[in-house]
Design a protein around this ligand. Sequence first.
Ligand code: NI
Ligand code: MN
Length: 228
Amino acid sequence: MAEITWLGHACWSVKTGPHTLLIDPFLSDSPSAPRKADDVAADYLLVSHGHFDHVGDVATIASRTGGTLISNFEICQWFAKQHGLKHTLGMNLGGEATLPFGRVKLTLALHSSTLPDGSGGGNPCGFLLRLAEGKTIYFACDTGLFGDMSLIGKAKLDLAVVPIGDVFTMGPDDALEAVKLLQPKRVVPSHFNTWPPIAQDAQAWADRVRRETSAEAIVLKPGESVTI
Ligand code: NI
Ligand code: MN
C-alpha cells in the first residue's frame, strides 16, 4: 500500500511502509502549497530537474530531515557544493537503484534543467518507482509527450502522475495521449493551476480520460491523497 499526497504544483509525498518520499519540494513560494516546508517529512527527496518550482525547498528540508537527495548527478553535486548536503544519490537517465523503499529509475523527460543560479542542471528526468510493498508509480514530472512512454507503461503502472498545465509541459491533449501510451490503472494530473498561465479544467480532462481510456482518472486538490 502507498499513500500519495499532492502538495500543490508538482510536489508530491509518497508514504510507503516506514518511508516518506518527497518529489520536487516547492512549498514556501508556492501559492497552492497546503503545507509549509517545516511541516513535511522526507527520508528521500526526489528531484526531477533544476528549475526553481522543483528545487525551492530541497536544501532546507534535506538539512532538517537528513533525507537523501535522489536526482541526476549534476543536481546532486550542486546541492552538495552549494548547500552542504551530505546524503545524495546521483544517478542518470535509464539508471535504476535499489533502496530500502524499493527501486527508483530515472526516466526520459523532454524539458530543460538549469539551476536557480544559472548552473547546468544535467538532464531532466521522470521517476519510475517500484515500491518494495508491490506498487508501481510513474511520475512523468515536467515533460512534453514522447512515444517511449509506451515502454514505461510496460512496467504495469498502478498510478501515473502527469502534467496537464501546458505552456511549460504537456497540456491536456498531449497528457491524454500520454495516458493512452502509459496505460496506467489510475492517473492523477499535476503541474496546473499554480499560476494563471497553467490554469486548466482538470475535471474536464479527467472526463476525457474516462471516456477515451480505461484508466481511472482522479483529480486531487492540494493536500488530498490517493491510496493505492
Ligand atoms: Ni521545469
Ligand atoms: Mn515546472
